[in-house]
Design a protein. Sequence first.
Length: 434
Amino acid sequence: MKPQPFKTASLGIQHVLAMYAGAVIVPLIIGKALHFSTEQLAYLVSLDILTSGIATLLQVWQNRFFGIGLPIVLGCTFTAVGPIIAIGGQYGLSSIYGSILISGLIVFLIAKYFGKLIRFFPPVVTGSVVTIIGTTLIPVAMNNVAGGQGSPDFGSIHNIVLAFGTLLFIIVLYRFFTGFIRAISILLGLIAGTIAASFIGKVDFSAVGDASWFQMVTPLHFAVPTFDLAPIITMTLVAIVSLVESSGVYFALADITGRKLTEKDLVKGYRAEGLASVIGAFFNSFPYTTYSQNVGLVQFSGVKDKSVIYLMGGILVFLGFLPKIAALTTVIPTAVLGGAMIAMFGMVIASGIKMLSKVDFSSQENLLIIACSIGVGLGVTTVPNLFDALPESVKILTNSGIVAGSLTAIFLNVIFHVAKPMKQKQSTQSLKAS
């Protein structure tokens, strides 16, 4: 049964708030690193929100050619931040958009073949990947709980009280209410936390006052794409890595919604991401991939209807044209958002553990896959400079705990479960031949 209009709107806003901070931090980091002016930076943030909405609509709209049709939210991949800054510094803005455009086209074209890799993602791999996604996001939540890295009041008592007060409020709502109130408990927690923060002077409305009411989005606003080989190779690697991350999110949401994914479903999901990146390049924005924080929200709210995500994508597009309204979401204090993130990201971990419950734990091979993949994922997350000495092209695969842990799970599964049957089959054929 679909939610009623008011409920759908509230749930859609909740999804916007869940991904908004992650969505805007990428253009802020990249824009500042590439020395954008204040006006350019504001435009870039709004542009990213708009194209995130378009990318989300492409993915949730299931048709013959693209769209996996799950309640998935898309935003700029964090994996691309470092490479984009490096490309911009060496080759310029035009090369950034050229490399994003070509990598998106490559993803669209190879999706059919990438989808055939579904046999490399049994529950031991998908469960490990989803668990890694959740565990590597927890440090992000805890930094926000303290007020955000680099903030002058990092770890202050006010931030701690606001964060855990917000979390406690969400838990109380979830414990004593059912239905709609429980479904929007995250949204209500964010509102309550922000109101509480306003009484102690932790809410700043200056960003809202400085933002304009309306702006027209134009294609190729910053630069016309140009094409250089090294940036194209780099961004293609980023895109392939993003597909690995997205695969885990696909399977997590499929498990939550009770849907069995087919090879065709995966192909259409990968095509949607490739198409989203092409559109991102056309509007001088970024490559787009699935946002795992919204997976926890789907699990937490229990609302799996795609109409919520359709509305959420529409809201993002709308906000892209109205920067003043979009700026309202930035008044939520970082600590309040961190408190809600603990619940959301924790639910991602719980979803991964649920998927791992289908695994045969009597198999030492399965235990080793889980142990090594989660160990590598957490290790890279806690020691991010571990691979600083490696070449940039290799660091794309190693600098992200999610990517490193996911690739470890896939590699070990090939060794223990894919390669072994192939050898056994070859041995059987040899015996028959003899």
